[in-house]
Design a protein. Structure first.
Length: 380
């Protein structure tokens, strides 16, 4: 709970503030309190043999108890100190009954304990409940009043029931709010994942299409057959990109290092950039191959788009992949959404991401996580 929530009355209903007073009282527990107010007038019965003035004073005292007890449902929006004063007013009016014979103020212990757990913070209310219970039990034992003991213990039981019920409801509300926040964060994370994947797919594919379209345009007059072949490749890339977008939306697209290196050779060659890439690749798991495939895709896309390079070298081994070009670098700032997403992928997988760029070229490296060493004697 926040500090602001902790200072509110435990039974406070935020939606009741703008209601008429009687509806606000009912929304904050008056329906449970009002029937109990009848017992507040019992001391008048014991005072019927006294003088009329005493009867009137007892009646006024009982009325004050009812006002403080039932009125607690109307002051829950008050500041904490004001609610404390209201509770002290209830305690004072009950203690004042002791000046009248046979008034038995300890019978009103449930009024004090139940009001405290609805009006003030739980940690403070618990002190009031325990103190009221101990004082009430002490007085009841000294007076030999068994019914007084029962009433004090009933006050303790009711206070714990009401207080813990309120705390349970508050905890459920907090959990529900936390679940809603978690759902919002999950949606945001999924949107970010889809956005990152679409950037990886479309950024690479559209770059390839643009490069091949330029090449086809240059070949259109002098080599129509080659231009037609490039156009055919553009159509194939566009269809594959559409499949990748659909698969990404369903979370089923696969990216692998071998296929990305093959695609890199094609797009770099079409862009007039010399490509040096390995012809044999190490055997690595699907998750690692996907991460390294994304690294090759993002790096090659940036080489074609931004670097102005004439040569790009791809090095891959069981530990990771490194892509180097001899271009002009990225300038500052050099990490866009694609590189940021790649860095996050690498860090999430437990691997490493490094990027070094100057006006003489760029080196991007993604390293796989180092496996934990096998315990000694594991080969025995």
């Amino acid at each position: 709970m926040t500090d602001k929530t902790a200072l509110q009355a435990p039974a406070f209903a935020p939606g009741a503030c703008d209601l008429p007073w009687y509806r606000r009282a009912l929304a904050q527990g008056a329906g449970y309190i009002l029937p109990s107010c009848v017992f507040a007038f019992i001391p008048i019965v014991y005072a019927l043999d006294a003088a009329p003035a005493v009867i009137a004073l007892v009646a006024l005292n009982c009325l004050a108890i009812v006002v403080f007890f039932a009125g607690s449902t109307l002051v829950m929006h008050w500041p904490e100190y004001a609610r404390w004063l209201w509770l002290l007013g209830l305690i004072g009016s009950i203690v004042l009954l002791a000046v009248f014979p046979d008034s038995r103020p300890i019978y009103f212990a449930p009024f004090i304990t139940c009001t405290s757990v609805t009006l003030i913070a739980w940690r403070h209310a618990l002190v009031v409940v325990i103190a009221t219970t101990l004082v009430g039990l002490g007085i009841a034992v000294l007076q030999g009043d068994l019914f007084g003991v029962v009433m004090v213990l009933m006050g303790l039981a009711l206070a714990l029931t009401v207080g813990l019920g309120i705390r349970y409801d508050a905890t459920r509300a907090a959990l529900r709010e936390a679940e809603e926040r978690t759902a919002v964060l999950a949606v945001a994370a999924e949107r970010e994942r889809i956005g990152r994947d679409l950037h990886d797919i479309l950024g690479h594919s559209l770059t390839t299409i643009a490069v091949k379209a330029d090449l086809a345009q240059r070949l259109a007059e002098r080599d129509p057959a080659a231009a037609s072949a490039q156009i055919g490749e553009i159509a194939a890339i566009a269809r594959q990109s559409l499949k990748d977008v659909r698969a990404t939306a369903a979370g089923m697209r696969e990216v692998r290092l071998a296929s990305e290196i093959a695609a890199a050779r094609s797009v770099l060659t079409a862009a007039g950039i010399e490509c040096r890439a390995p012809v044999a690749l190490p055997v690595i798991g699907d998750a690692d191959s996907e991460l390294l495939g994304y690294a090759v895709r993002e790096a090659v896309t940036n080489v074609v788009r931004h670097s102005g390079a004439t040569r790009c070298t791809i090095e891959a081994d069981a530990a990771g992949v490194t892509i180097t070009d001899d271009g002009t670098g990225f300038g500052e700032p050099h990490e866009g959404s694609g590189l940021t997403g790649l860095r996050e992928r690498a860090e999430r997988a437990g691997g490493g991401f490094t990027l070094h760029t100057t006006n003489h070229g760029t080196v991007l490296s993604v390293r796989l996580p180092v496996p934990a060493p096998a315990p000694e004697g594991s080969n025995r």
